[in-house]
Design a protein around this ligand. Structure first.
Ligand SMILES: [Zn+2]
Length: 233
């Protein structure tokens, strides 16, 4: 194999390494929580919190209503219990019972509103929790696929690096330095194939004398136009 051919082979492996690294970077960017999942989580958290709040209000109102009911019963028992009390005392007690009953009616009305609100909040919360579960399932599925792909590309990278070290061992230090320098300058393409007498990188024809020297492969020859190392395919 000629010096240019060894470099051409190395470049083919390097291109695959670049490509694999690009895939891995893209996979890495897509690993982790997605915007859709984060949104669904935030929404589910908010509706669950609203539901807790409305349920607490409901419990408090039920508790207050029960307290009022007990108090009304107690005071009515006193009022109609036949115990001796003055007309003023009876009048006061009657007024108190009436006031308690008014309060009871108000709370009862509010309680009804809270019950309706609780039901509505519960429906909304059920929906957002179900949506979250759905999005989580899709997300987990996607993450599993991405993780599998990531592992496959990582394995491929290991094997490519092994191939590269074998290919690189055949190349002398000055050719390697030349390759690295050109690759950095020429858009990661240091070596170009030559087909039907033309450079495949820039499409410009190579002179016959240069083609002959390139075919002989004793030294490195360069495309006069794009400056890349020539390798006749
Ligand atoms: Zn060229």
């Amino acid at each position: 194999m000629s010096r240019a051919q060894y470099l051409y082979r190395l470049q083919a492996i390097d291109s695959q390494i670049d490509e694999t690294n690009q895939y891995l970077a893209r996979i890495k960017a897509n690993l982790g929580k997605t915007k859709a999942l984060l949104n669904a989580e935030a929404k589910a958290k908010t509706t669950a919190q609203s539901l807790r709040e409305v349920k607490t209000r409901l419990t408090n109102f039920e508790f207050e209503l029960k307290g009022l009911s007990d108090k009304i019963k107690t005071q009515e028992k006193r009022l109609y219990g036949g115990k001796n009390m003055t007309a003023k005392e009876a009048g006061n007690l009657q007024e108190e019972v009436a006031s308690l009953k008014r309060r009871y009616a108000t709370i009862e009305e509010q309680l009804l509103e809270i019950m309706i609100a609780t039901e509505e909040t519960e429906t909304i919360d059920n929906e957002t929790q179900a949506t979250l579960v759905e999005i989580q399932a899709t997300w987990k599925d996607e993450q599993a696929k991405l993780t599998l792909l990531q592992r496959q590309f990582e394995q491929k990278l290991v094997s490519l690096k092994e191939q590269r070290s074998i290919a690189a061992s055949k190349i002398n230090a000055s050719d390697m330095a030349e390759y690295n320098q050109l690759r950095a300058k020429k858009n990661r393409r240091a070596v170009t194939g030559v087909k039907e007498g033309a450079c495949l990188a820039c499409n410009v024809s190579i002179s016959n004398s240069k083609l002959q020297r390139t075919r002989a492969g004793n030294d490195l020859n360069y495309c006069g136009t794009c400056g890349r190392i020539l390798y006749v395919l």
